[in-house]
Ligand binder design. Structure first.
Ligand code: TYD
Length: 134
């Protein structure tokens, strides 16, 4: 996949005096069926997450609280997406190298994934990633 398939998606947002509400529907706001949800929190200052690619898994990443950066790389170019609003998310197709960093204090990253957890879907070696046609 290339960085052109990456999408920043604005989610519905209902504002009223009681506060805000946003939501996500599979195959509507995001282009896949959700098979797994996980979240990353209590990240110590300066730590990075990710640093790998998936062969099949697609993801949608939302900064539910605070902010962080997602760095995506298709083997040719790299792009940094700063997430800091709970009504925007980043669609990450399969086959991209991804890293998450610059987590603010108390940030909360919600990740919706298209596949169940499968360790053999991960590519941890950058040169293997570069040499694979994903
Ligand atoms: P890891 O994939 O290394 O996290 P990140 O990509 O954010 O750096 O996952 C950390 C640990 O959690 C690892 O031991 C595998 C486990 N894990 C699951 O069991 N299920 C999951 O859905 C995920 C994402 C991770």
């Amino acid at each position: 996949m290339t960085l052109e398939q990456v999408k920043v998606i604005k989610l519905p947002k209902f504002l009223d005096k009681r506060g805000n509400l946003s939501f996500i529907e599979e195959e509507n706001h995001i282009p896949f069926k959700i098979q797994r949800t996980y979240w990353i929190y209590d990240v110590p200052g300066g730590e990075a997450r990710g640093g790998h690619a998936y062969k099949e898994n697609e993801e949608f990443i939302v900064a539910l609280s605070g902010s962080f950066d997602v760095i995506l790389d298709d083997g040719k170019e790299k792009k940094t997406f700063s997430l800091n609003r709970s009504y925007y998310g980043l669609y990450v197709p399969k086959g991209l190298w991804r890293q998450m960093e610059n987590f603010s204090t108390n940030s909360l990253a919600l990740i919706l994934a298209s596949t169940p957890y499968n360790p053999s879907d991960y590519i941890y070696d950058y040169s293997t990633f570069k040499n694979m046609k994903l």
